[in-house]
Design a protein around this ligand. Structure first.
Ligand code: BES
Ligand code: MN
Ligand code: ZN
Length: 483
């Protein structure tokens, strides 16, 4: 999608649809007033009204998009309005969309551009026969703004963000025969072109480090497990203590010997969404040259059942030295994170760690499909995450870590077991991870509920991979940890 910022009154080419943001109670007259009256369009948030060949107007097609009360408008509302305008005309046969945003300055115009960029994401590399008339035709957005130079400047970091979100969505959308751990590692290694430093550890290296917990998950797969370590040193002091992000990257989760049912198992290609989000975050930090030192660690494995697979009843020794009795091989994400998190704090001594994981079905039961769960041992970190999540439209809800539940993961024969039963399943999963945090300020985001959406309810996110987490972490870093 080409983005241009143009001055009001710039010549309109014939293949252009116009999207106009309308505030509630703004009063439409003429053809538009009549069209609004005939369709209950009031300018309320989320409404759209598609007017074809409007008499007396230049545009071939005009989409009115409601943005609610003018005095209550915020950047996210405009972003979503822009995305809705795009969705209304994207396959119309017209090739461009001009967006008119009354009273919007350069910052808001840039956010509208971001909305269109994110909404126009498509994963179509494996389609070979799509009929031309079904393909999106709109390839350019012109956003009307008073100060074009300022808008371009404001859009620069947002363009980096849109690229990063697309990178994450691509990783999450790739089929599991294509994106296995080594291929995921290759794709993040390629981010060195952005200025990141990337190290990849294979099984022999992890064996030496004693990562029996992570390695146990991958041992039933013919694909080699990998640990990817991404570093961005953008702070003035390159040796300053980094912030750290850790992602669950289960490239496919069959459940292992505790095999999942067949129905919807294909969704488990998305079980690397946490690692995908961390990779996307590192992409945007490098892309916009963030003034911060950050580390991203991805635990990349495939959870398969075979003759060498881990069994329920096995006991593994993690890098921390703590032993784990495997009760259910399908509770594998926490086993991957246990070693990745221990390694992270041991090697980097970070200011804080945030892990992201499609960890439990239980978080979907607890919070539904719009909210991710946030567990934290530190209030400031949790508050910063939740605040950023609201600004970016990636909602997050704080969940408890009640000490009395910790005994639910005590084992009869080892230091702990890898499941705490169904009650509070997302909580006991978080408490398992907490045992590997070693006192560092830490937050765990259970994004099983938000890493993908079928169907999507967010205008900036087409059905499928959302890229959830990239925006909220990028915002938190930009507002709280740079400079
Ligand atoms: N990857 C799944 C969690 C998941 C489930 C994500 C559904 C998205 C949608 C995870 O590895 C898993 O299987 N968790 C089990 C844990 C249980 C065995 C304790 C679960 O949630 O059922
Ligand atoms: Mn599982
Ligand atoms: Zn999983």
């Amino acid at each position: 999608m080409d983005i241009e910022f143009v001055a009001a009154g710039a010549a309109l080419s014939p293949n252009t649809a116009v999207g106009r943001v309308v505030y509630e109670g703004a009063g439409l007259d003429g053809v538009l007033g009549a069209a609004a009256a005939a369709s209950r369009f009031t300018g309320a948030k989320g409404q759209t009204l598609d007017v074809l060949a409007p008499a007396g107007l230049d545009a071939a097609r005009l989409v009115l998009v409601g943005a609610g009360k003018a005095e209550a408008v915020d950047a996210l509302t405009l972003e979503h309005a822009a995305a809705s305008a795009y969705a209304a005309v994207k396959a119309s046969g017209l090739t461009a969309l001009r967006l008119e945003l009354p009273n919007a300055g350069p910052e808001l115009a840039a956010r509208a551009a971001l909305g269109v960029r994110l909404a126009s994401y498509r994963f179509d590399k494996y389609r070979t026969k799509e009929p031309a008339e079904k393909k999106p035709s709109v390839v350019k957005a012109e956003i009307v703004v008073g100060d074009v130079t300022q808008a371009l400047k404001a859009f620069e970091p947002l363009a980096a963000l849109a690229d990063a979100v697309a990178f994450t969505r691509d990783l999450v959308s790739e089929p599991p025969n294509v994106l296995y751990p080594a291929e995921f590692a290759r794709r993040v290694k390629a981010l060195e072109s952005l200025g990141l430093e990337v190290e990849i550890l294979g099984e022999p290296e992890m064996m030496k480090l004693g990562m029996g917990s992570l390695l146990g998950v991958g041992q039933g797969s013919i694909r080699e497990s990998q640990l990817a370590i991404l570093k961005w040193n953008g702070a003035a002091d390159k040796t300053a203590q980094p912030i750290a992000f850790v992602g669950k990257g289960v490239c496919f989760d069959t459940g292992g010997i505790s095999l999942k049912p067949a129905e919807n198992m294909e969704d488990m290609k998305w079980d690397m969404g946490g690692a995908g989000a961390v990779a996307g975050l590192m992409h945007v930090l490098a892309g916009r040259k963030a003034k911060v030192n950050a580390v991203g660690i991805l635990g990349l494995v495939e959870n398969m059942p075979d003759g060498n697979a881990q069994r329920p009843g096995d006991v593994v020794t993690s890098m921390s030295g703590q032993t784990i009795e495997i009760i259910n091989t399908d509770a594998e994400g926490r086993l991957v994170l246990a070693d990745a998190i221990w390694y992270c704090q041991d090697r980097f001594k970070p200011k804080f760690m945030v892990d992201l994981a499609t960890l439990t079905g239980a978080i979907i039961i607890a919070l539904g499909n719009d909210l991710a769960g946030c567990y934290a041992n530190n209030d400031e970190l949790a508050d910063n995450l939740v605040a950023a999540s609201n600004t970016e439209g990636e909602p997050l809800w704080r969940m408890p870590l009640p000490a009395q539940y910790d005994k639910n993961i005590d084992s009869m024969i080892a230091d702990m077991k890898n499941t705490g039963g169904r009650p509070g399943g997302s909580i006991t999963a978080a408490m398992f991870i907490q045992r590997f945090v070693n006192g560092v300020p830490w937050a765990h985001l259970d994004i099983a509920s938000t890493a993908w959406k079928k169907p999507s309810t967010i205008p900036t996110s087409p059905d499928g991979a959302t890229g959830y987490g990239v925006r909220l972490l990028n915002r938190m870093v930009a507002e709280k940890y740079e400079g």
